[in-house]
Design a protein around this ligand. Structure first.
Ligand code: NOJ
Length: 528
């Protein structure tokens, strides 16, 4: 159950640290930075796709599902990295991207040949009319889920870029091949697998081609295989869906171990600007119970746009007005900005959201660079603006690479408020009062409170819509969390005299929360 109390940290391999001076981050670079990650106090490193890829979709277009991209290193580098991660008592997670492959994958190249015996490894049609009820996801660049292939003389199905044909899960050979991909990475030593784009595995006419029973059945089969052949490995569902549909990916404890809690993410941002936590309460009330032995993954930001696909039209417009006033900040149905710029560089908002994120039911996922308040370059292609090189030092090249910055795979942030001279690890490590040091302390506090990972959850009515309140309880601890989403101070009555667990401050029966403040509290008699 390590994943129930772990903190996850998301790393795009090309963005973290370049060990060989070619301008691209690599596996050996992550290896060199393990001291930092251990010092920070994260438990599980989620490595974004490191597979050979033409990079039409940031590496989610894979041309070899069991290889390592040359610019990132070798399988041996990966083995060495995994050993080093495990030697520190940490865990590692990889993406399994099997809804689709790259169109350069040998499977697709074979399938498209006229008369190919493996034609039905992918999904073909003579007309682009089939499965017309399925939505297009990458609305900025795709107007159909079908693309014409000259060689095959047919249309093929793709839920993402046209360079990413969908595999045909009705074909038993595909299912077997996918199982072997999963085995390959578990044999390599990964502790967890993030199942990318999992709602879209199967297609059926007359449906939206998402969350189909066949998809759940296959995931259960995969889970049974993993449980039967391995110990202590987990599957995480990436399913950007409404609460009832997301929770289905946890099955009855027999499907994925974890699922991202997409539904609660946009409300955290809405609450800040509305100075009213009701949207968060609504999202949490709509969240069904999850089976024992499973866990949510909660997050504020990741390598994608801040998705607004599942919110109402009114909330979407509100989010755009508040957080993406420049249309260039919008991508598909979402916002391609990083956390700190979304929060107008205001530390109190950052702290508030982390105080909530790290105490909500679920295991938190942090996005590299957010711990130092990195900025973005939203004018860059696609979502590259939130994937810029990690800022280690305040020098040209940001301590990311010795290559000429002109050769970096993605340029550094140039915005003067967020440039490496202003925002970097080195200066924040040296400064006791820095954001980085604050995040590190909060992570350490959290790791002393397993109740935040495995405790039950109950909302509290604080009597003030601006103040979110809830309790986390297990056999050892009973923790109360209060979070003030208003900019002005609020006074909240407590059920009993309490102690602030992070500061040791003793309180009577009320607490005054300054604007954008949060507090983790326990009754004086509590064991914490
Ligand atoms: C979800 C990934 O997070 C995203 O980056 C990618 O574009 C799609 N899945 C397609 O693989």
């Amino acid at each position: 159950m390590w994943f129930q109390t772990a903190t996850f940290y998301e790393i795009p391999v090309h963005a973290f640290y370049d060990s060989n001076g070619d301008g691209v981050g690599d596996l050996a670079g992550i290896h060199e930075k393990l001291d930092y990650l251990e010092w920070l106090g994260v438990d599980c490193l989620w490595l974004l796709p490191f597979y050979p890829s033409p990079m039409a979709d940031g590496g989610y277009d894979v041309s070899d599902l069991t290889g390592v991209a040359e610019e990132f290193g070798t399988l041996d580098d990966l083995r060495a990295l995994l050993d080093a991660i495990h030697a520190r008592g940490m865990y590692a997670m990889a993406d399994v991207i099997v809804n689709h492959t790259s169109d350069q994958h040998p499977w697709f190249q074979a399938a498209r040949q006229p008369g190919s015996p493996s034609r039905d490894w992918y999904v073909w049609s003579e007309t682009p009319e089939r499965y017309g009820d399925a939505r297009v996801i990458f609305v900025d660049t795709q107007d159909s889920n079908w693309a014409w292939d000259e060689v095959a003389g047919a249309y093929y199905w793709h839920r993402f870029y046209a360079e990413q044909p969908d595999l045909n899960f009705d074909n038993p050979d595909v299912r077997e091949a996918v199982k072997n991909v999963v085995r390959f990475w578990l044999d390599m030593g990964f502790d967890g697998l993030r199942m990318d784009a999992i709602p879209y595995l199967y297609e059926r006419e007359g449906t939206i081609c998402e969350n189909l029973p066949e998809t759940h059945a296959f995931l259960k089969e995969l889970r049974a295989m993993i449980d039967g052949e391995y110990e202590d490995r987990i599957m995480l569902a990436e399913a950007n869906q409404l609460p009832a549909e997301v929770v289905a990916y946890l099955g009855d404890g027999d499907e994925c171990h974890m699922a991202y809690h997409f539904p609660v993410m946009p409300p955290l941002y809405m609450a800040l600007r509305r100075e009213d936590a009701s949207d968060i309460v609504t999202a949490l009330e709509a969240t069904p119970e999850i089976p024992a032995g499973s866990q949510w993954g909660v997050f504020l930001r990741n390598h994608d746009e801040l998705t607004l696909e599942m919110v109402t039209e009114e909330d979407r417009q509100f989010m755009y007005e508040q957080y993406a006033p420049d249309p260039a900040m919008r991508k598909n149905i979402g916002i391609r900005r990083r956390l700190m710029p979304l929060l107008a560089n205001e530390r109190s908002q950052f702290e508030l959201l982390h105080g909530v994120l790290l105490s909500l039911p679920g295991s938190p996922f942090l996005y590299y660079g957010d711990e130092i308040g990195m900025g973005d370059e939203y004018l860059l292609r696609d979502r590259d603006g939130v994937r810029t090189p990690m800022q280690w030092k305040g020098e040209p090249g940001a301590g990311f690479s010795t290559a000429d910055p002109d050769r970096f795979y993605i340029p550094l942030v140039t915005d003067p408020d967020y440039a490496p001279e202003v925002v970097n690890v080195e200066s924040q490590q040296a400064d006791e009062g820095s954001l980085l040091r604050w995040v590190r302390t909060l992570l350490a506090d959290r790791s002393r409170l397993p109740v935040l990972g495995n405790g039950s959850f109950a909302l509290i009515d604080t009597g003030d819509p601006a103040v979110l309140g809830y309790r986390r309880t297990n056999d050892e601890a009973d923790l109360t969390v209060l979070a003030n989403f208003a900019t002005t101070p609020r006074v909240v009555s407590l059920a009993a005299p309490m102690t602030e667990v992070r500061t040791g401050r003793s309180l009577g029966e009320t607490i005054e929360l300054p604007g954008h403040a949060f507090s983790w509290l326990a009754e004086h008699t509590g064991a914490i």
